[in-house]
Structure formats: C-alpha cells, structure tokens
Design a protein around this ligand. Structure first.
Ligand code: FE
Ligand code: FE
Length: 255
C-alpha cells in the first residue's frame, strides 16, 4: 500500500499538476462548467464511451498502466465480489471514469484527470504538489472560506474541472438512466483527495456530505489498485456488464 500514490518531481505527473495548478483558476473552472453543462458535444451510448476507453491510459495515475476500460471492469468486479447483489454500485465502478471522454473533445490532461481541489478559497497544503500552486494567479487571493459560506455544502463549491464533474453533469442532464443521487455524488467527488483523504474543506460540509464522504472512502478502496490485483476480464465478465448496462441505460446520452 505504501508503494501507491507516490509522486515525484520531474515526472509526467509533476508536469500535469504544474499546468493544472497554474491554469485552473476560479475563472477557468466557471467557464468550463458552463461550457460542458450544455451537453452539446455529441450523442453516444454509455457502451460506446466505455469502448473508447480501450485505448486510453490515465497519465495522472502513478499506479495505473492499463487501459481505462480494463480499470473500469476491474473496479466493477471488485465491487461485485463484495456486493454481488448491488448492481447499481457495480455499474458505478464500471462507469465512474467515463468523463475522461473529455480527451476526445480536445481537453488537455490537466483539464481531465488528476486530484481535484477548490477554486475560490485558500489552497490547503494537502493538495498534491502544493508548491506548484504558487504559480497560480489565484494563489494567496482568497481566505479559507473565500467566496463561499461555512456549511454551504460541497455542491456549491467550484471544484477544479475534470472527468468527475463532467460525468456528473452528463448524468444529471440526461434522464434516460436510473442512477440515483447517492452514486452521482460518488462520481462527482471521487478525485477530491484533499477532502476525502486529506481531511481539508470540512468547513464547507453539510449533512449530505458526511454521508458522501463515507461512501467515497469505501468506493476508493475498489478504485485504486489495479496493478496489484490483476482481475481477469473474460468475455463472460464483459457480457455480464453488457446486460447490466442495458438495465440501467436506455439509448444515447447527450455528452
Ligand atoms: Fe477517476
Ligand atoms: Fe478510477
């Protein structure tokens, strides 16, 4: 476990975070949210998007060197092992990273992947590669509360834009699926490490967020360790999820 999530300087991860930290200002985050909430990029089924993850390896994750579709099935399979009856939870394992389709819309990696944090308030030290935040025009601009209010709830925060927020917007904005709010929140905040693992931003939490925190901490135990736990993805496994996706999604979604 201690081998995982080790970040060093002068690696591709470092470069990604340096760019993210300099460019994901409050202004940028608000613009990207508005742009993508329109869902006017394309219409695709959830299966089509999943299959497009075959050729994509996450550049931000130091622990992952398999295509994202394999990561999707492996995460789902770990959930199925523990919760064989909970189909919705399994589906979330499968789809949680599909927001990475943002790459196909021309977004750069610092706007798609990596740990997220809040724009519009002070940056806590728990943010990975904290020092590169000093290159942001927003550095030292805000207090610990910033433009927000104590207890306002995470949903009110402008969290850096990426695959979490994007897939949340897609699922929120399409009604031809039956994924419930609990799972939408897991998707939305799963990369929010300074909060769910770093213990920061608690000043903004409301009652709902306490439940989300518990849910995400459990979800993350299924999400991370693909290299160490090589689950085989057979045709039977793929067929199982194919059927499951048919139960939860109907037709194309607007992306
Ligand atoms: Fe992710
Ligand atoms: Fe993941």
């Amino acid at each position: 476990m201690s081998e995982l999530r080790k970040y060093e300087i002068n690696t591709s991860q470092y470069e990604l975070y340096k760019q993210m930290h300099e460019k994901q200002t409050l202004d940028y985050v608000m613009k990207k949210r508005l742009q993508y909430s329109k869902l006017n990029n394309t219409k695709m089924s959830i299966k089509e998007v999943l299959s497009r993850m075959d050729n994509f390896i996450d550049p931000s994750d130091p622990d992952l060197d398999v295509p994202n579709s394999i990561h999707a099935y492996q995460t789902a399979e770990r959930i199925r092992k523990k919760y064989p009856q909970d189909k919705e939870y399994q589906i979330i394992g499968l789809i949680h990273d599909l927001g990475k389709i943002l790459f196909e819309f021309g977004e750069e990696n610092w706007s798609v992947v990596g740990d997220t944090y809040v724009a519009g308030c002070e940056y806590p030290k728990s943010i990975v590669y904290y020092d590169t935040l000093k290159g942001s025009p927003d550095f030292d601009k805000y207090t610990k509360i910033g433009i927000y209010e104590i207890g306002c709830g995470l949903d009110k925060l402008n969290i850096t834009f990426g695959h979490d927020e994007y897939l949340f917007q897609v699922l929120k904005g399409n009604d031809n699926h039956n994924i419930s709010q609990k799972y939408l929140d897991i998707i939305r905040y799963h990369s929010f490490y300074p909060w769910h693992t770093g213990g920061d931003y608690y000043q903004f939490m409301n009652e709902k967020d306490k439940t989300t925190l518990k849910n995400i901490n459990e979800f993350n135990s299924f999400d991370l360790y693909s290299k160490e736990d090589p689950i085989e993805i057979t045709e039977e496994v793929k067929a199982y999820y194919d059927k499951l996706l048919d139960e939860y999604f109907k037709g194309d979604l607007s992306w």
